[in-house]
Design a binder for this molecule. Structure first.
Ligand SMILES: [Mg+2]
Length: 849
């Protein structure tokens, strides 16, 4: 609960910028209305006798009440120019985004994980385009970069290391050092099962009896078989049994015991049944039942788990397994050699990227146990602070333990992770790993997945220094806090100074920061936060180890708010939920750790490597498409409204309509609606495989190249230019035109012509911004233009001759008129669309992009 946060609502950066654009448009609308209204106030005068502005004229045209004229004209113009606000834009964007997420992201076979039958899932359609602008990725390690499939790989028993084989990380380390890796052939008798990847003949099939320390081996195997909370399921035979465990580590350990000849096959509330082989003599198999007296459960503060059991012969034993630090604190004095050797082995396992657990046991005297058990029962039945009391009682008995050895479990990297990380960093995305693991393990994993390499300059800020340890041993909490803070400040300052030197250099090495949770706690302090941010933003990769879920979220917010960059968090477990919620985009991995991360996320994928498709392909396309949709909408509405605005200057600012009502209403709904949606769905500059092969293309999104104010300004420029051409070309060229009856062209004839120009040009202009043209483009653009001609054909036919409206095509049609009409419209459209090329050329000469 301490790590939980309020669920934030997320809106994309593009949408927030769009709000600003709409506000600007409102500003423009107001200015246009104001110009018109003031114009009308100035213009209105009785000297224009033909306007009939006599005394009984309505208020809007009364020269004696100019202020009222201005006010009323303002309102008239507000309705007249309201088309400048693209109301249908929001509907179109929602439609486009919805189809993008449900049809493209959810159904992409490249993001489908066949093994688990999991497709990608867009849980919101709000953030598609945000995926195209991500600059920082915060990733969890276990289950996100790794598979979370634990396999028993090595162990150390009584100071002897067992298990051949090399982890991927060890191989990576050897390759970095230039050592040629020789494959160790697996022995003929080696057993391989999911969860057990151990190969050493010395321990298998009872061979451990000949080892230097068979008693320790026995205790080791019994500890694995007894000290757990696993439930067996299915047939009680070694081949068919299934183990249900709270964590995959635990299942792997019980499985290992099975392969060593200690087969745990049944559990009742008080008993554990184990089929033991080769214990008394080689080849003998016997069923042994152990009475489970107490279970001291695992939790994240205790970091250990113990079981008190009674052997059939009455022997009382406590078995304990847990993190090395907590077990070592509780060992009985003496046998320092064993402790030292085991510690060395643990370090070796750690640097090979293995997850380790120490095993220990202790024989209990019956009277000691009885008196402790009373306290335990009391604590267990207490109603208040039960957890704390239980922990305290556990402390009483979990001491003076005898070390048996340690296990090492491998969690392999997910398929394609190093390649994915490399591609993403080429795309300009910086990846931070936030993990609860030890520093050595985290660094090795970071090496294995290409986040760190030897050419990088690494800054390590760790609390595991002698000076800090010394102060910690003294035990004064205030002093410790003060000292570590000072130390962290010093380190940060030193690193930052050094980083700045590299940063100013032209071809300095890439930088990396590795920091542990304890130091991070102090570095996130408001006084040091800026320094941490400056340092980490200069680094291409950052690894934070031993961090709590809340710290994960704090680091994410630091970059999100402090650097104002677009962030993405990816994780698989409940401990990643707050980080997923804190970032602009949260991605959940639907793995083995339950659904909490997925439920909190915006997008869910099955594997880390699918991030490449999600960002570089879908994110990039969505971003480019939506930018086009927004800027194009802005352009088409501005162009249309401006023609009306120019007309106002020739009507004495009276608020006379240039276009027929129907034209104005149907402009956004029918004549220009569909093509822009088609662009939002199908426009594509490069294919998905090229997007992944040339990830550098993604940088355009990070820099927001397609929706800058400059881009909007260029569109606005063309809107003004084209509207001027439409208006003046059509009005001037038809000023002397006349119909077949010899009548001059009227307002509705001219405005129909201008509207034709607008519809044709705006639709053709759309084709010019498309990177790829599919048949859907032809159908929608052609369809929109045809729809207009069809509409005007029917509309002019339906209207009676007494109507004031258009009667242009039908009834009065004559070939010469029609040719004149088409000539005017098409030459005007050509002029508009082609005007773009010389102008763009000039613009590029003046302002090279
Ligand atoms: Mg995890």
């Amino acid at each position: 609960m301490m790590n939980s946060m309020n669920v934030p609502s997320k809106r994309s950066t593009l949408e927030r910028k769009l709000d600003k654009l709409i506000l600007t448009l409102f500003g423009t609308l107001f200015t246009m209305c104001l110009i018109g209204a003031i114009g009308s106030g100035v213009f209105i005068d009785r000297k224009y006798y033909f306007l009939g502005l006599s005394k009984s004229v309505e208020d809007q045209f009364n020269p004696n009440r100019r202020f009222l004229v201005v006010l009323l004209t303002m309102l008239t113009l507000l309705t007249l120019y309201s088309t400048i606000i693209p109301i249908s834009l929001y509907v179109s964007i929602e439609m486009v985004k919805f189809i993008q997420s449900t049809q493209f992201i959810n159904k992409d076979l490249n993001m489908y994980h066949a093994e688990t039958d999991t497709p990608a899932l867009a849980r919101t359609s709000n953030l598609n385009e945000e995926l195209g602008q991500v600059e920082y990725i915060f990733s969890d390690k276990t289950g996100t970069l790794t598979r979370n499939l634990m396999e028993f790989f090595k162990c150390t028993i009584g100071g002897e290391i067992y298990g051949t084989g090399m982890t991927e990380i060890e191989r990576g380390v050897a390759e970095r050092k230039g050592i040629k890796v020789q494959e160790v052939p697996t022995s003929i008798n080696s057993v391989r099962e999911k969860g057990f990847n151990f190969d050493d003949v010395r321990l298998m099939r009872g061979a451990w009896r000949n080892e230097p320390n068979p008693e320790a081996c026995k205790e080791f195997f019994r500890c694995l078989a007894i000290c757990h909370t696993v439930l067996p399921e299915g047939d009680e035979s070694p081949e068919k049994i299934k183990y249900q465990a709270a964590s995959p580590d635990e299942a792997a350990l019980v499985l290992a015991a099975k392969h060593f000849g200690y087969f745990f096959y049944r559990r009742t509330p008080t008993m554990i049944y184990v089929r033991e082989s080769h214990v008394e003599r080689m080849g003998k198999i016997q069923d042994v039942s152990y009475e489970i007296l107490n279970v001291l459960e695992f939790n994240s503060t205790r970091k250990r788990q113990s079981v008190v059991c009674r052997y059939p012969d009455g022997r009382l034993v406590l078995y304990c397994k847990g993190a090395d630090t907590v077990i070592y604190e509780r060992l009985v004095g003496g046998s320092d050699d064993l402790k030292k050797v085991t510690r060395e082995h643990l370090e070796k396992f750690g640097s090979a990227g293995l997850r380790t657990l120490c095993l220990a046991y202790k024989d209990l005297a019956p009277d000691v146990y009885e008196s402790w058990n009373e306290k335990f029962i009391q604590a267990k039945s207490s109603l208040r602070d039960r957890e704390r009391k239980l922990d305290e009682v556990a402390e009483l008995i979990e001491k003076d333990l005898i070390l048996i050895g340690a296990t090492a479990i491998e969690d392999k990297l997910q398929e394609g992770v190093p390649d994915c990380i490399e591609t993403l960093s080429r795309a300009g995305i910086k990846i931070w790993v936030l993990t609860g693991d030890k520093m050595e393990t985290a660094i090795n994993i970071a090496y294995a997945c290409n986040l760190l390499n030897n050419e990088m300059k690494q800054f390590i800020i760790s609390s595991e220094t002698d000076a800090i340890r010394e102060v910690e041993e003294r035990g004064d909490q205030v002093e410790i806090a003060r000292f570590i803070k000072e130390e962290v400040k010093k380190q940060l300052k030193k690193c930052l100074d050094e980083a700045q030197q590299y940063f100013h250099g032209v071809s300095g090495p890439k930088l990396a920061l590795i920091i542990d949770g304890k130091c991070l706690m102090y570095a996130l302090d408001p006084s040091l936060r800026i320094m941490l941010l400056n340092l980490s933003l200069n680094c291409s990769s950052v690894v934070c180890c031993r961090v709590s879920p809340l710290q994960k979220a704090q680091v994410t917010s630091l970059v999100k708010k402090g650097a104002r960059k677009i962030t993405l968090s990816i994780g698989d477990g409940a401990n990643d939920v707050s980080m997923i919620q804190a970032a602009h985009i949260g991605v959940g991995i639907s793995g083995l750790e339950g659904m909490q991360a997925v439920m909190a996320s915006d997008f869910a994928i099955a594997q880390f490597r699918f991030l490449k498709d999600l960002l570089l392909v879908h994110g990039r396309w969505s971003y480019i498409r939506l930018c086009k949709v927004v800027t194009y909408f802005f352009y088409k509405n501005l162009t249309f409204t401006l023609t009306q605005f120019w007309f106002t200057f020739y009507t004495g600012f009276s608020g006379q309509r240039f276009y027929d009502d129907w034209f104005q209403s149907l402009y956004n709904v029918i004549f220009t609606a569909l093509p822009v949606i088609i662009v939002g769905l199908f426009d594509k500059d490069v294919s998905s495989s090229l997007s992944k092969r040339y990830p550098e293309l993604y940088k355009e999104g990070i820099k927001n190249m397609f929706f800058k104010w400059r881009v909007v300004a260029i569109w606005a420029f063309f809107a003004v230019y084209q509207s001027l051409v439409f208006y003046y070309f059509v009005t001037v060229s038809s000023s002397t035109s006349q119909g077949s009856s010899g009548k001059m062209f009227g307002l509705w004839d001219v405005s129909t012509m201008a509207f034709t120009c607008v519809v044709v040009t705006v639709n053709l202009r759309l084709l010019m911004i498309c990177n790829s043209i599919t048949r859907w483009h032809y159908i929608s653009v052609g369809g929109s233009i045809v729809a207009w001609f069809l509409f005007i054909f029917l509309y002019s036919g339906i209207m009676t001759p007494y109507d004031r409206q258009v009667k242009y095509l039908l009834g009065h049609i004559r070939l010469d008129e029609y040719i004149l009409f088409l000539h005017h419209s098409s030459s005007c459209s050509c002029c508009c669309t082609s005007g773009r090329f010389p102008l763009l050329r000039c613009a590029k000469m003046v302002l090279p992009l």
